[in-house]
Design a protein. Structure first.
Length: 408
């Protein structure tokens, strides 16, 4: 015999399918009437509309026969089967025809609860792999590597096993590569964090991401934490109109201080193309208190970069010294592009003639006519800074280099 009340409520739910409260009321009455399967279907639909609804989860567990002693899951929890309680994985299977998308069990998270959004790498690159840049290597040795290699002297002079350095210069000049080389020299882990890995549109998420990445670095100490595009992540708060961005900068400053948890064994290397846009508080002593200018590679470095990018290609008659002289002002990325373009020249010639040939100087010289240095716009921006915004002498080294190379 049909139940008039259930019939009326069913018609009401059909007329208002998005009314979760009404649907759950119907599910509870169906359970009372012994129609468990129908109740499960309604609970599943309710959870499709409101996945975090605690009442729907409780009703679902009751309808599917969870023992009464089983505690109800808290709102926001993702229960998993422990072998003693309710099997949420089986629940997904039972209602798959009603709710095909998983609502209770996140399989990826359950399979690897320690998974992180950032990779912890073991760098095999060392400073020996960095061509030229003698001054950069000397500064890195003084700031990071010498204290690490001499623990007795470090203890004698009270040098802490932590630190921060800001690398700045034109794009494509090897700042990330240098960060990996420092990690390789130290035998430390390397965590590379970009802007897109941290910033989020939702309030509070960026701050939590920053906190998580520093926690990951501390858990894997000794570790080099490389913060790329730090001018966007640590932008001057006076230039930031978005309150969310200001709080993200505040969180980054707090983590750099190690105010809550010690940063011992965590070496923070930040990189930027726009150091003048970085919040001054980021460069306070104890944070990114050392600055290192990474300029376009010198002749020795350019020769090494050409050698590196041509070593696995079929080449003949290559004059590396001549190429190095012809690429004054080119960044490392520019030189890589030159080698790639030269390879394309030889490849296309082989396609036209039907016969493969070696890459020669003619191909590289033709590539140099196509690929121009990309560092010019950066020096145009830097020129105004070193001339009119260098009262404290922060950019004296850059100013001297630009004068020497007639860019000022």
């Amino acid at each position: 015999m049909s139940n008039p009340l259930l019939d009326a409520l069913t018609r009401a739910v059909d007329a208002a399918p998005d009314d979760v409260t009404l649907r759950l009321h119907l599910a509870e009455l169906l359970m009372t009437d012994g129609q468990q399967d129908a109740a499960v279907s309604h609970c599943a639909v309710a959870l499709q509309h409101d996945p975090s609804n605690a009442e729907a989860r409780v009703l679902m567990s009751r309808a599917m026969g969870v023992p009464s002693a089983q505690p109800a899951p808290a709102e926001g929890d993702v229960p998993t089967h422990t072998g003693k309680g309710f099997d949420w994985g089986q629940a997904e299977s039972d209602i798959s025809d009603v709710a095909p998308e998983p609502m209770f069990v996140d399989e990826g998270a359950a399979s690897d609860p320690s998974a992180s959004a950032w990779d912890v790498e073991s760098s095999t690159v060392t400073l020996a792999d960095v061509g030229g840049m003698t001054q950069v290597k000397e500064r890195l040795n003084a700031a990071f590597l010498a204290p690490m290699r001499n623990p007795e002297l470090r203890k004698l002079y009270g040098k802490s096993l932590r630190g921060g350095m800001l690398l700045y210069g034109p794009p494509g000049c090897g700042k990330t590569f240098i960060g990996r080389a420092v990690a390789g020299e130290m035998g430390a882990h390397f965590v590379n964090v970009g802007l897109a890995d941290v910033l989020d549109m939702y309030v509070g998420t960026s701050e939590r991401n920053i906190q998580d990445v520093f926690r990951l670095a501390r858990d894997n100490a000794p570790c080099v934490l490389f913060l790329d595009e730090v001018d966007a992540l640590g932008q001057k708060r006076s230039m930031t109109r978005n309150s969310g961005m200001r709080t993200a900068v505040n969180q980054l400053l707090t983590e750099l201080d190690g105010a809550v948890t010690s940063n011992e064994g965590v070496f923070v290397i930040a990189a930027t193309n726009q150091p003048w846009d970085v919040d001054p508080a980021m460069r306070r002593p104890g944070r990114l208190d050392r600055t290192l200018l990474v300029l376009p590679p010198d002749a020795e470095a350019r020769e090494s970069i050409f050698r590196h990018h041509l070593r696995h290609r079929p080449v003949e008659g290559i004059d590396l010294r001549r190429l190095a002289r012809a690429t004054e002002g080119y960044s490392g990325a520019d030189i890589a592009h030159v080698c790639e373009t030269a390879s394309e020249h030889a490849l296309l010639d082989g396609v036209r003639t039907g016969k493969a040939r070696m890459i020669g100087m003619g191909d590289l010289e033709a590539a140099l006519q196509e690929v121009r240095p990309s560092t010019g716009p950066w020096f145009d921006s830097a020129r105004n800074v070193v001339q009119f915004a260098n009262e404290d002498g922060t950019y004296n080294e850059l100013r001297e280099w630009m004068r020497k190379h007639r860019k000022l």
